[in-house]
Design a protein around this ligand. Sequence first.
Ligand code: 5GP
Length: 130
Amino acid sequence: MASIFTKIINGDIPCYKIAEDDDHFAFLDINPNAKGHTLCVPKKEVDKILDMDEASYMKLMAFSRKVGLALEKAVPCKRVGMTVIGLEVPHVHVHLIPLQSMANATFQHKENLTPEAFEKVAEEIRAALT
Ligand code: 5GP
């Protein structure tokens, strides 16, 4: 069965899209640790990052770097944290999280955003990509 992220990539589930290339897709996390929390995923469904072949892994990191640099420009923060961690969705995803404090990295403190706030920050990150 397709993962929830594959359904997002295919447009079957809505998302706040940030970027896409032939092999990758980036969108806002729906339950963000901080405003701008973004997920970067390979379009090819692979469960665990260490199961990716090296070339695909490197390409995912290069894509995540581009998105992370835009996020850093768009969202005021001390730095953007990158992490691959979690057990919920069996489809590789790189978390990009604007950090003001280490609380933003714990996945214990969540930010409530309105749809308008999600759309606004998505637009700001997209603008910083170009
Ligand atoms: P993990 O596998 O890293 O523990 O959790 C998956 C991450 O994906 C979580 O941060 C969660 O909020 C996010 N997530 C789960 N389902 C959806 C969804 O349907 N849409 C979006 N945008 N994010 C999701």
